[in-house]
Design a protein around this ligand. Structure first.
Ligand code: ZN
Length: 233
């Protein structure tokens, strides 16, 4: 169960077992999977790049320039507060053919919120994105910190958004240096993988992310991997 994979990031294996057992069978069957591979699938010569926590007036334009230089389209998991603050960047992301992903309004860990609060946070982010790009498709949803709940995945799916996780955590948000970010990618990536990087938040220095992204996209191209969308079920 892929939700368990995400929960593992936060819990011990024993805790995951308890959490999963606590979900009633009916709710479990109705919970959409959180995909962690491309549409072409695991093992294929493809990748999907996902970029979280923006848009940022400092870093998003630089990321968009890198993507344009490589001819790659990414999925931008945007925080609603940032989309509302920088609608011009949401418009540029959409105009340049990238995919839109709801990353909640305030980037609060969903496991700390009531079902009503979760739905409101997700809906507010979609509204903020649509205020910038009316009628645009928001194809994906990603929980902050990968902390998934059944309520959030079900609500996102009802809204036409595929819940997406990742298979490659570059840990660029830790700003460990460009080479370490690249090595994190290199160690974890296999064909059909979904790569996690960041262009926000504004208070964080994403210059390492920008530089590492350029190297990662060159490496993927050199190894004949082509960009793809995250799977939609
Ligand atoms: Zn995030």
């Amino acid at each position: 169960m892929r939700i368990g994979t995400s929960l593992k990031r936060l819990c011990t294996a024993a805790t995951v077992g308890v959490v999963l057992l606590a979900i009633p069978t009916a709710a479990s069957a109705a919970t959409p999977d959180v995909v962690t591979e491309t549409a072409t699938g695991a093992g294929s010569q493809s990748f999907a790049l996902t970029i979280d926590d923006g848009p940022s007036p400092t870093w998003t334009p630089q990321v968009l320039d890198v993507l344009k230089a490589h001819g790659v389209h990414a999925t931008f998991c945007m925080i609603g507060d940032h989309a509302a603050a920088y609608p011009d960047l949401v418009q540029r992301i959409a105009a340049e053919g990238h995919r839109l992903c709801n990353h909640t309004m305030h980037h609060i860990n969903l496991t700390t919120q009531s079902p009503d609060q979760q739905r409101a946070d997700i809906q507010a982010a979609s509204d903020a994105i649509h205020a910038a790009v009316p009628g645009a498709n928001i194809d994906y949803f990603r929980a902050p910190e990968g902390a998934w709940t059944a309520d959030a995945t079900q609500y996102a799916a009802q809204q036409g958004m595929q819940p997406i996780g990742w298979s490659v955590d570059t840990e660029d948000w830790r700003t460990p240096g460009v080479d370490t970010i690249f090595q994190n990618y290199k160690r974890q990536f296999s064909g059909g993988g979904v790569i996690l990087m960041h262009d926000g938040s504004q208070e964080n220095d994403r210059s390492q992310s920008v530089a590492a992204m350029d190297q990662i996209l060159s490496d993927l191209a050199n190894n004949n991997f082509t960009d793809d969308v995250p799977a939609v079920r």
